[in-house]
Design a protein around this ligand. Structure first.
Ligand code: ATP
Length: 307
């Protein structure tokens, strides 16, 4: 059975009368990389801050490693690593010196964890280089190393890819995949750009104006976003027969309301309509759909794509 690492029920945070997060049910199972996607101001940081106890929920429940009580949650949080923003590292200290400072400050036992964390993020060779000489990618990786020092089972990362160049994004993604697959760390990662997460996330939660609009697996999302010919017909079962018998394909999906999504014959929609009409099926609509992940998200939140 799948193990639930994190769940929230009715999680809500209000500032005055404004709700930053409203009634959010979130669910993460062990081994997932969960992409929390939402525009700026959607409530991503607020959710993560409530999970790490940096902010107190106005209402709702948090379950972490099966614990929901205040005492239980406090112990469970020691199994968490979080990177909510780049922590304030000392500019004149090296990567190892900065981590050692935080290790002592947080009372993490065993100095070996510093070297291990640096190795996990590929900074073992940063040597004498001072933090102020680091690229943004290196700074992000050091932030991640700090979150890894207590050997967490669940990592919470708030917009870690923000501002990285394309090469830095690829590096960071590979790093997360390694941590997930080789160290079996479950990861929640937030972003305002869905496509940035598309190569790593196994599941998504779409957040808008504090509300969770949909939670969906990456596989299901890919299926939903496949290019297709969308047909609206009077009799979907008969139309499906025509697709199979006359056009020789089973690569379609029947949706409610006489809608069929056909994933084959994409370059010959006329042949499809001719076959259906020829079999006496009334065709109320034909649409070629080229939806990609970003369009799906924008469709969900009712936004418009720019650029
Ligand atoms: P961003 O990527 O811009 O940080 P976000 O999705 O992380 O966006 P939050 O930072 O969680 O969004 O903010 C959600 C809403 O809550 C915003 O409208 C924000 O202005 C509001 N908010 C966040 N923190 C506070 C606070 N301490 N006091 C008042 N309002 C706040």
């Amino acid at each position: 059975m799948s193990e639930i690492v994190l769940a929230t029920r009715g999680l809500t945070k209000r500032y005055g009368s404004a709700a930053a997060v409203e009634d959010v049910d979130l669910r993460l199972e062990k081994g997932q990389i969960y992409g929390l996607v939402g525009r700026n101001g959607a409530g991503k940081t607020t959710i993560i801050r409530m999970l790490t106890a940096q902010a107190l929920p106005t209402a709702g429940e948090i379950e972490l490693f099966g614990e929901t009580s205040e005492k239980g949650l406090s112990a469970a949080r020691s199994r968490l690593g979080a990177m909510v923003e780049i922590p304030s590292f000392y500019p004149y200290l090296t990567a190892a010196e900065n981590l050692e400072y935080y290790r002592r400050q947080r009372g993490i036992p065993g100095a070996a964890c510093v070297g291990q964390a640096l190795e996990q993020v590929g900074l073992q060779d940063a040597g004498k280089k001072k933090f102020k000489q680091f690229s943004l990618g290196m700074k992000q990786r050091l932030g991640l190393a700090l979150a890894l020092m207590n050997r967490p089972e669940l990592l919470l990362l708030d917009e870690p890819i923000n501002g990285l160049d394309p090469e830095g994004i690829v590096e960071f993604r590979n790093l997360l995949l390694d941590l997930n697959r080789q160290r079996e760390i479950t990861i929640l990662i937030s972003s305002h750009i869905l496509s940035e997460l598309s190569n790593v996330a196994t599941h998504y939660g779409f957040l808008d104006k504090g509300h969770m609009l949909e939670q969906i697996s990456a596989q299901r999302l890919r299926e939903k976003c496949r290019a297709c010919i969308q047909l609206t017909v009077d009799d979907a079962s008969r139309a499906a027969l025509v697709l199979e018998q006359r056009l020789g394909t089973r690569d379609y999906e029947v949706l409610p309301g006489g809608v069929i999504r056909l994933y084959a014959w994409l370059d010959r929609p006329q042949a499809v309509t001719a076959a259906l009409v020829g079999a006496g099926i009334a065709l109320c609509g034909v649409e070629s759909k080229n939806a990609d992940l970003e369009d799906y998200f924008l469709g969900l939140i009712g936004g418009v794509r720019h650029g």
